[in-house]
Ligand binder design. Sequence first.
Ligand SMILES: [Zn+2]
Length: 237
Amino acid sequence: MKIKYLYIISIIFLGACAVPSSSNDILNEKNRYLFYFNEEIYLHEEELKSKLLLPAEGYTVPEYLNLLPNAKREYRSGQHMGVDFSAPLNYPIRAVFDGVIVRSNQFQEDVDIDTYKTFLEMSAKVGKTPDDIYHFILLGKSVVIDHGFSITDKFRTITVYSHLSSIPNDLIAGTKVKKGDVIGFSGNTGTSSGARKNDKGAHLHWEIFFDDSNGRYFLGQNIPTELLKNNIDLLFE
Ligand SMILES: [Zn+2]
């Protein structure tokens, strides 16, 4: 009996010791990574050719985890894959780097709130946010910029600026933009407040995706929450 107890106590003791040291190893391993998919597919700070501009000048990366990638989005059965910058209504939004416009939908109007709720109910029913509902409804007025391989030569990179209140009329697919050019103004289109036609909840939902022949990766993917804000900060000047 005594030997059995000793065995159980030593298992508990070893277990208690093993957990913190292995999670520290993971933290150290993923320090300064922008995303980590596996041993071959990742992006480390050192691999960025140049750092990006903050899309809304003066508004830094938030600390609150719900505003960062990997946060759950229960209302649409999805996961947040962007950063929510707290820019107020009609604040100028800038291209974070040189690129070419892929998409700009300045003439889109919000659906009414009942239709909006129906789209969310359908998302909940299928257990995820379908791509069409996400891109054509929930992002609202939005701009997508292709940066090619100019941010990092390992991945083709795009950035997405959404919930905009307005987008300049001459900003159309194919337009070349420079880092710092104003590509729109912050708002709440694509949100439930936008569907209710009020001025509440304005912010910039911003995304950056990295593509290679195996797939698409998002900023913060597989980065422990403790490192998320610090690692995302590394992207910006
Ligand atoms: Zn967001």
